[in-house]
Design a protein around this ligand. Structure first.
Ligand SMILES: [Zn+2]
Length: 264
């Protein structure tokens, strides 16, 4: 499905699929997970370990990237046109490394999105197409830390995704053109937010940590020094593992999320 119109973004399907899960047995039956991110590389930075692990366990993982990422270069020889194509290829390669079943693109302009109805329409359409039990996305409440400011596109996508999950995708009279096209309303069961200042759900990613790094290094235009990146990701995953509060022994590496479990 392709729609190049900026006003009515459509998830552009490429690549293939994957699955999620939280605590084993909490959600019965097959589980489908949709990762919704602002830029190419965000799905890997935010949840590359969790999605690689879940794909390995047989869950179906889908990725939706909302912008082209065409502003992400300081190379004077690089153009936005070249960067769009390169970054889409990089994202597809990263999705394959993680075991994602399908990677989709809304192709909105990098750095220019807001949590408006244009963005929400595209996200709702993807939710109604993929019909995930679990969605993973940016925490829109993370605006800054003592040493960083969160990208406005990250906040926009996190915000629009929450608005899409409730109530827009659930209620059939929102975007009625979807129903006319055969896409039925859908109720998501859980949302996991990465980049949260108050994570309450941790996933042990030790066994897939190398896969996460391998997926991240597919983003060659963004990662000039893979060794330095691996070191930084290792430190981050070790620090998150220290916050792990599960019954199992503390993991070596973890990803942390704010988990929202929606009522039936
Ligand atoms: Zn980003």
């Amino acid at each position: 499905m392709t729609d190049s119109s900026r006003n009515t973004p459509d998830p552009e399907q490429q690549g293939s699929r994957g699955q999620p899960g939280t605590e084993p047995g909490e959600i019965e039956g097959p589980i489908t997970v949709l990762v919704i991110a602002a830029h190419p590389d965000d799905p890997e930075f935010g949840a590359g370990g969790t999605t690689a692990l879940w794909a390995k366990q047989g869950r179906e993982i889908f990725q939706l990237v909302c912008t082209n990422g065409e502003k992400g270069s300081s190379d004077p020889e690089m153009t936005s046109e070249k960067l769009v194509a390169l970054r889409e290829e990089e994202q597809l390669a990263a999705g394959r490394v993680l075991g994602a079943k399908k990677t989709m693109f809304l192709r909105l302009p990098d750095g220019e999105i807001s949590p408006d109805l244009t963005l929400r329409r595209g996200i709702v359409k993807a939710i109604r197409m993929v019909r995930p039990e679990i969605i993973i996305t940016h925490d829109p409440t993370s605006v800054y830390t003592d040493s960083s400011i969160n990208h406005p596109d990250h906040r926009a996508v996190g915000h629009a995704t929450l608005d899409s999950v409730y109530p827009t995708a659930r209620d059939r009279l929102n975007f009625p053109e979807h129903e006319q096209a055969g896409l039925l309303p859908h109720k998501v069961r859980e949302v996991l937010l990465w980049g949260s200042r108050e994570p309450n759900f941790f996933v042990d990613i030790a066994e897939v940590f190398d896969t996460k790094i391998a997926a991240l290094t597919c983003h060659k235009t963004q990662i000039p020094n893979p060794d330095e990146l691996a070191k930084r990701m290792r430190e981050r995953a070790e620090n998150l593992a220290k916050e792990y509060t599960g019954d199992d022994p503390r993991p070596v590496y973890a990803e942390g999320f704010r988990r929202i479990t929606l009522m039936r």
